[in-house]
Design a protein around this ligand. Structure first.
Ligand code: SAM
Length: 276
């Protein structure tokens, strides 16, 4: 008999046909399901003709208590499925603490992969970048949001954002402000559902994609231009400013070389020649 496992199960992000045969089998065999919302998961089980083995609710308020129930089930040999309302658990959804606790208690944790909005939107984007950053939901307001947006200004990787309909327009405007109006993007809405649509264009024009905000959205922003290579003048100024903070020439050169991603020797030689 295989030991009890925690199975991290992907569920549909819209189209029920996307529940994999393996996910159906797992949900029908486990001794407990850890889910975000019992009504939502109960309805999925009912539609699939799967008996409810018992559920424990995992959300930001209950996750600590749910950990205990999940570990207790695993200890007595019951396998547990972890699901969220839609997509992969722990992707902008609860579940990470359950996974971490089960793994650190020595239980086997396995993936039963399923749909997720992030990878679906990237695949639909047509952008060829091989590196990307998943941003999920931006902080909603205040200084958290402005600080986070300011950090993004330096990002040249492809970026993926989740957004709710009532904030999509504002978020597209803010992203155009920090990442540039000419950066390519897609706005993918209601993936796998009846009103699925993908708007393609530039961030500066993307507000039209939010003209009738309804449903669930993913924004994918293409990679940006890398910053121009540092000139000797840029490096010399940065060294002078580090020295003005009290750093030795050697330490200043080392700090600047790391910050600009250039060779330490080049910066050190520049620093020495300007000291003369
Ligand atoms: N765990 C999910 C996943 O794997 O994608 C994400 C859950 S998060 C709470 C919900 C957000 O995911 C939505 O606000 C939206 O940004 C995105 N999303 C989920 N389903 C989607 C869909 N069918 N079409 C577009 N975006 C979707």
């Amino acid at each position: 008999m295989t030991a009890a496992q925690l199975l991290v199960v992907g569920t549909p992000i819209g189209n029920l046909g996307d529940l994999s045969p393996r996910a159906q089998q797992v949900l029908g065999e486990v001794g407990l399901i850890a889910c975000e919302d019992t009504r939502r998961t109960g309805s999925l089980l009912a539609k699939m003709g799967i008996d409810n083995p018992g559920m424990v609710v995992v959300n930001e308020h209950t996750e600590t208590r749910a950990v205990e129930a999940v570990i207790a089930a695993l200890m007595v040999g019951k396998s547990v499925a972890l699901v969220s309302d839609a997509g992969m658990p722990a992707i902008s959804d609860p579940g990470a603490r359950i996974v971490a606790a089960a793994a650190s208690a020595g239980h086997e944790v396995v993936a039963v992969p399923g749909p997720t909005a992030v990878s679906s939107a990237i695949a639909l984007s047509g952008f060829t970048a091989t590196r990307w950053g998943f941003e999920g939901f931006l902080p909603r307001k205040g200084s958290d949001r402005s600080r986070h947006l300011a950090l993004l200004a330096e990002e040249t990787r492809m970026l993926v954002f989740y957004e709710a309909p009532h904030r999509i327009e504002r978020t597209l405007e803010d992203l155009a402000g920090v990442l540039g109006r000419s950066r390519r993007c897609i706005v993918a809405r209601e993936l796998t559902k009846m009103h699925e649509s993908v708007w393609r264009g530039l961030l500066g024009d993307a507000a039209v994609a939010a003209s009738e905000p309804r449903g669930e959205y993913v924004i994918v922003v293409d990679q940006g231009e890398p910053p121009p290579p540092a000139t000797d003048d840029d490096l010399a100024k940065a060294v002078a400013s580090a020295q003005a903070r009290g750093l030795s020439t050697r330490d200043a050169a080392s700090e600047v070389a790391t910050a600009f991603g250039v060779g330490r020797r080049r910066v050190y030689e520049l620093a020495n020649s300007s000291d003369r």
